[in-house]
Design a protein around this ligand. Structure first.
Ligand code: CO
Length: 482
């Protein structure tokens, strides 16, 4: 077996997982040429929550960030994380918007697209895969890893075979919560390598302390690439650190070579950046989360959940609500717990405990039951489906969610022109996903940010929570489960 490839995630998942996605382009650029010179197979720099964060918190144009990074690191392919039909948002967009996004992104320098769907419904990946292929770029089809009675190795392999047929150039195992056990990683990679004729990448998080060992096992099984970060934007809820992985692999025939001096240089550099972002970091994200191991619920979800429970005055019901999560998941077809489904399941579990099972059926949970997000991995519990169908206006959706959406590009261009904003493809796709934030980018800065409202998270903001840090309330982007 050949040397294993390392992709580096410090400029995307590293700070998304450990510093609320707040690293600025200015903080990235000095490190980019060093990262570019080291032999990483790819640099993950874009997508996930970075676009939202650029617009909402940093007042940066995300496409300008990509162009700047491409210029500073021209040799190493740049990777982005794309939520299939949701692009980098939480609802489906029409095909023409997805196609335009991919085209504009490829033109700005994106090389590799990691494409996933929270439900593992491959229909939600089809348009993005086609668009990436049409742009002559690399489409990596991601299989979201989770544990449930329907998430078996044969089921994951079946999905990967489908992704291969759909034209993906490689397969990714996306373990957003860091729950893949080393032996399972080994068996899954072995089976994927045996049954699918494509390179396989494993992406995990070290939340539960399993990440580095899972990589080691996957490397033994023949995985082609694993994704690592740079300390202190590594380990904990982020990817295992590069230095640590190299130490683990010493004498391993597949161990890659990286310049130790440059790694030290990067560590020193990012230690300063981490200090600059201190108010967005938390010791809870840096340590092995034994609660995750006890409750089998992703770490990022647990920490946000505690805040939500506190706001609801339900701290004493924590264990009860956690015990309700597997029940809600089972009723909703064993959906993986990843943004936004983790928030939907968590909130419904809380409502079930507070008001009695399904007495207060949240709209996003109803939408899951009715197929609005796509096909769930397992069937919806018949009694729960009946309840959902009794809601006013309820309609079962058995087609691909985006099939019901009319093209939107002409309208987006018109809206931008009417507002006196740029009307190019980049402007259109950003306007489609973040209309207010995109418009604000072209206006003078607003002095006071709107405070986040407490209470049960409404349907349209399932991804945002209010969090108290050092006695101050801040709004945080809850998107670390990617
Ligand atoms: Co991730």
């Amino acid at each position: 077996m050949s040397i294993v490839a390392f992709n580096n995630t410090v400029l995307r998942d590293g700070h998304q997982s450990l510093a609320a996605t707040r690293m600025t382009t200015a903080q990235m650029l000095p490190a980019a040429p060093i990262l570019d010179s080291m032999g990483f197979a790819g640099l993950e720099t874009w997508g996930g929550a970075t676009i939202d964060s650029c617009l909402r918190f940093l007042r940066e144009n995300p496409f300008d960030r990509l162009r700047a990074l491409k210029k500073a690191a021209p040799r190493t392919p740049q990777i982005m994380l794309l939520r299939g039909q949701n692009i980098v948002q939480y609802t489906s967009f029409p095909d023409d918007v997805v196609e335009t996004f991919v085209k504009a992104n490829a033109a700005a320098g994106q090389d590799i697209f990691r494409i996933f769907d929270a439900l593992n419904d491959t229909r939600n990946l089809a348009t993005a895969i086609k668009a990436v292929r049409a742009a002559g770029r690399h489409a990596r089809g991601e299989v979201c890893y989770t544990t449930s009675p329907v998430h078996t190795i044969p089921a994951f392999v079946q999905m990967a075979i489908e992704l291969e047929k759909m034209g993906c150039h490689s397969i990714g195992i996306k373990d957003m919560s860091g729950v893949i056990a080393p032996r399972i990683a080994y068996d899954l990679v072995k089976e994927l390598k045996r049954r699918v004729g494509l390179p396989v990448t494993l992406h995990t998080h070290d939340t539960a302390g399993l990440g580095a060992t899972a990589y080691y096992a996957a490397i033994d099984a023949g995985v082609d690439a694993v994704e690592v970060s740079i300390t202190p934007f590594a380990n904990g809820t982020a990817q295992p650190d590069t230095v640590r992985m190299l130490a683990m692999l010493e004498n391993h025939p597949r161990c890659p070579k990286f310049d130790a001096t440059k790694l030290l240089q990067l560590r020193e550099y990012f230690t300063n950046v981490y200090k600059e972002l201190e108010k967005f970091t938390s010791p809870a994200n840096e340590r092995v989360d034994s609660d995750t191991l006890c409750y089998q619920v992703p770490g990022g979800m647990l920490s946000n959940f505690r805040t939500q429970m506190k706001e609801q005055g339900m701290t004493d019901k924590f264990a009860q609500v956690l015990a309700e999560i597997p029940y809600v998941r089972a009723c909703l077809g064993w959906i993986p717990l990843v943004t936004p489904t983790s928030q939907i399941v968590g909130t419904q579990a809380m409502l079930n405990v507070k008001f009695g099972r399904w007495k207060n059926f949240s709209q996003p949970a109803i939408d899951i039951a009715l197929g609005k997000y796509g096909q769930t991995p397992g069937p919806i519990d018949p009694a729960v489906l009946d309840l959902a169908l009794k809601k006013p206006g309820a309609k079962l959706i058995d087609h691909r969610p985006a099939d019901a959406l009319a093209p939107r590009m002409p309208k987006l261009r018109e809206e931008l022109a009417a507002a006196g904003l740029p009307t190019d493809d980049e402007a259109c796709v950003l306007h489609a996903m973040f209309p207010q934030e995109f418009a604000a980018l072209h206006k003078p800065p607003v002095a006071v940010a709107k405070p986040a409202s407490p209470g049960v998270v409404p349907a349209n903001s399932v991804t945002r929570y209010a969090l108290t840090v050092d006695g101050r309330r801040t709004e945080v982007l809850v998107d670390e489960l990617n």
